[in-house]
Design a protein around this ligand. Structure first.
Ligand code: NAD
Length: 455
């Protein structure tokens, strides 16, 4: 099928490359010229396992192209994805200005011959399918004939760091549409994934036993709600684990044991129960704010969702309080931070706990030395106002530091010996914001160890 995608970010680029790998003919439109240039040369502007190799392959196959203009690429498309950013406004409401720009361009380029499906793949507030229709018609300058096009909702659930894997082998595909032909067209597009009939690319093998992917066919409003409800639940699960961790600390329980003990209950499940420095990333905070905003707009007070957010905010500050308790005065002290990315496997820093911790430590006068295996260039580029020293390696960051704070569970960190950490620090304080080590082992190595929810 002919596919056009607006936006070459995590969602648009990965979706485009995967659909091209499956044999569709894909054109991605991106407004940032440097991104277009880099993608054309086979280098993805974002870090995702296997993406560069697949990108090089689909560019060579002729199935994939990227452009900076929507001229001439809308009319021929069977499916047009909107995968642009939807960042939060100060009010918490989602900023739909990029969605609007894309929708106007789609209206402008719409053909008049065939059934074109415009798909909201970006996370957009409930009711946005209707709104996008209005913008498309503004761009078209009138009302297209019946069934020339329709807007469908196909929310994205990929996780940064495993984006290609999640796109090829998702837990489910959600399609919301109010035209049956649109559902049929989208099912045809995703058929190789739904039936798992494609040959897995060498970079991302198929999980054993996966022979079909669940499909949720529903109306547009429910599809939009599914995305928000999923993210709100996952964030709530982590905030729940953090609240339990804070009680564990007070009563002398170990949250790792508690999470294991409850996670074995299949009604609860063991995923997203890790206590630590809190959740972050481009989606949870933004999507929760948008859902809270929507609830209030419709006269409902979402107290559980608001608590999920406030528990998370406090959890980040608690990392700094722990350091303050251990160090007493922070002013003028050198502090090392391992891990900037909001989770391992990505260089994305949007709403990362590290940003809050760095800002708070700077305000308190600490001299901060940081190390992250992939996210340091992003911090340099996007947050030049944060005053930090970049180390070339994890151990280098510790030289002369009076404490180490760990904020991302990169596997390489837990492979570093606790003795080595204790020796490299000038004062052996370890604030383990991801519970990478056990308190006993850390103390045996001579570290003044502070985990989350265990003592
Ligand atoms: N990142 C994730 O893990 C993830 C997962 C699921 C859903 N989502 C949702 O998907 C959407 C996109 O997220 P993302 O992380 O890919 O964002 P992103 O910021 O990485 O990418 C968006 C891209 O769209 C481009 N763009 C903006 N306006 C454009 C226009 N008019 N025409 C063409 N390109 C335009 C931007 O330059 C940018 O490169 C958001 O709504 C997000 O909530 C993201």
């Amino acid at each position: 099928m002919q596919v056009t995608i607006f936006g070459a970010g995590y969602v648009g680029l990965v979706t485009g490359v995967v659909l091209a790998e499956l044999g569709h003919r894909v054109t991605v439109i991106e407004v940032v010229a440097e991104k277009v240039q880099s993608i054309r040369q086979g280098t993805s502007p974002i870090y995702e396992h296997g993406l560069d190799a697949m990108l090089t392959r689909v560019l060579a196959s002729g199935n994939f192209q990227v452009t900076d203009t929507s001229e001439g690429v809308v009319e021929s498309a069977d499916v047009i994805f909107i995968a642009v950013g939807t960042p939060p406004l100060a009010s918490g409401e989602a900023d739909l200005r990029y969605v609007r720009q894309a929708a106007l361009a789609i209206g402008h380029g719409l053909g008049s011959r065939k059934r074109q499906v415009v798909v909201n793949k970006a996370t957009v507030p409930i009711g946005s399918a209707n709104q996008v229709e209005v913008w498309i018609e503004d761009g078209f300058d009138g009302k297209p004939a019946e069934d020339v096009y329709t807007v469908a909702s196909n929310p994205e659930f990929l996780r940064e760091g495993t984006a290609i894997y999640d796109t090829l082998y998702p837990d489910r595909i959600v399609l919301g549409a109010d035209r049956s032909w649109a559902l049929e067209q989208l099912k045809a597009l995703y058929r190789p994934i739904l039936d798992q009939t494609f040959s897995p690319p060498p970079e991302v093998m198929r999980p054993r036993g996966l022979s079909a992917v669940a499909l949720v066919e529903t109306d547009r409003i429910s599809a939009e709600m599914i995305k928000y409800a999923a993210n709100a639940f996952l964030a709530t699960k982590i905030s729940f684990a953090n609240e339990i961790a804070n009680i564990c600390e007070r009563v002398g329980a170990d949250v790792i044991e508690v999470s294991r003990g409850i996670g074995l209950d299949r009604r609860i499940g063991d995923r997203f129960l890790n206590a630590g420095a809190g959740w972050g990333g481009s989606c949870f905070g933004k999507d929760l704010s948008a859902l809270i905003y929507t609830a209030e707009e419709y006269g409902y007070h979402p107290q559980l969702l608001q608590s999920t957010v406030s528990v998370n905010r406090d959890q980040r500050h608690r990392i700094v309080s722990r350091l303050q308790n251990a160090l007493k005065t922070i002013k003028g002290r050198r502090v090392a931070i391992w891990g900037l990315a909001f989770k391992p496997g990505t260089d994305d820093l949007r709403d990362a706990p590290s940003l809050t911790v760095i800002a708070e430590l700077s305000r308190l006068g600490a001299r901060i030395h940081v190390y992250d295996p992939v996210a340091m260039p992003t911090l340099k580029r996007d947050y030049p106002e944060l005053e930090v020293v970049y180390a070339n390696g994890a151990i280098e960051a510790l030289a002369g530091a009076e404490a180490l704070i760990v904020l991302t569970e990169w596997p390489a960190f837990s492979q570093i010996g606790l003795d080595q950490i204790a020796q490299a620090l000038s004062r052996p304080i370890l604030i383990d914001g991801r519970n990478l080590w056990t308190p006993g082992a850390a103390r045996a190595a001579g570290l003044d160890y502070h985990g989350v929810g265990r003592s």
